[in-house]
Each structure stands twice: as structure tokens, then as C-alpha cells.
Design a protein around this ligand. Structure first.
Ligand code: 4NP
Length: 153
């Protein structure tokens, strides 16, 4: 059985793609790629089919991580049966995730920073601070991976 993690933000071009590619990189570095799979998507339809924002892409590249080929896609009803964890970046994302859910116990729903002391990943689309978003996401992903190792694997 593989553990499947879906990261969600508003546009799927700034925060959740960073989470997808950073988390996949951590999983790979731990030799767990056959046990844990990950993806990301949007709550909105605004950037469906778009590539990752160039500022998020630059943060990833600074850390040696490529996100080539990633295109924005929207959260679907099928995702709730496909994924074990559906993880939002902020409260609005999580409210949307919960509202769309077929049932409250269909999968684990939460916010990324729940796994690193709490809070939200502030949206760099508005703050302009992609470095801060990246470091928050990195801490959240590390905490989530620790959690999955302890609770699931
Ligand atoms: P994201 O950032 O949710 O982290 O991908 C945003 C991207 C686009 C918009 C808002 C936030 N937008 O309004 O188009």
C-alpha cells in the first residue's frame, strides 16, 4: 500500500507546487519513493493548465529541484478516494477541501503547517515573499514526512 498526499492551494501555481516537488524530493532522499506518492492542485479554476509561477520555479531551482512539466489542475471529487492526505496551505483552502469532501472521514484533511507548529503558509502571490513561503513549506513537508513515517509506514 502506498500513502498518497495531495497538496492544495488557491491557484496551484505558487505554494502547492513547491510543496509537491519539495515533498517528493524529501521522500526520494529517504528512499521512500515506492511508498509515498504526491501531487498538487488548486481550489480555483483560474490557472488550470498553467505552468508553475516563475518565482516559485526560481525558489525550487535554487534548491536544485525541477518542476518541469507541472501544470495547474483543480481539485476533483475523485481525489477524495484517491488520496490519503489532502493538505491545504491556508484556512480558506482547508475550508474548501472540507466543503467538497464526500464525507468527513474519507481521508485526512488538514493544513501543512499543522505538521510544523501550526499557522498558514502566507500566499506569496500577495506577500511577494517566495523565500518565506519556501522555507515554511520545507518545514511543513519535513513534519508531514515524520508524521507519515511514525503513523503510517
Ligand atoms: P497559490 O497563489 O494559491 O499559492 O498558487 C495564487 C496564485 C494565483 C492567484 C492567487 C494566489 N490568483 O488570484 O490568480
Amino acid at each position: 500500500m502506498r500513502t498518497k498526499v495531495l497538496f492544495v492551494c488557491y491557484g496551484n501555481i505558487c505554494r502547492s507546487p513547491i510543496a509537491e516537488f519539495v515533498f517528493r524530493d524529501m521522500v526520494s532522499a529517504e528512499g521512500l519513493s515506492d511508498r509515498i506518492v504526491t501531487a498538487s492542485c488548486a481550489t480555483s479554476a483560474e490557472h488550470i493548465g498553467d505552468p508553475v509561477d516563475r518565482r516559485s520555479r526560481a525558489e525550487l531551482e535554487r534548491h536544485g529541484i525541477s518542476c518541469d512539466g507541472k501544470r495547474g489542475r483543480r481539485l476533483t471529487r475523485d481525489d477524495y478516494s484517491e488520496y490519503d492526505y489532502i493538505i491545504g496551505m491556508d484556512r480558506r483552502n482547508l475550508e474548501y477541501i472540507r466543503t467538497m469532501a464526500p464525507s468527513p472521514d474519507c481521508c485526512r484533511m488538514g493544513m501543512l503547517m499543522d505538521y510544523a507548529g501550526g499557522g498558514e503558509v502566507a500566499d506569496p502571490w500577495y506577500t511577494g515573499d517566495f523565500g518565506r513561503a519556501y522555507s515554511d513549506i520545507e518545514r511543513g513537508c519535513a513534519g508531514l514526512l515524520d508524521h507519515i513515517r511514525r503513523e503510517v509506514l
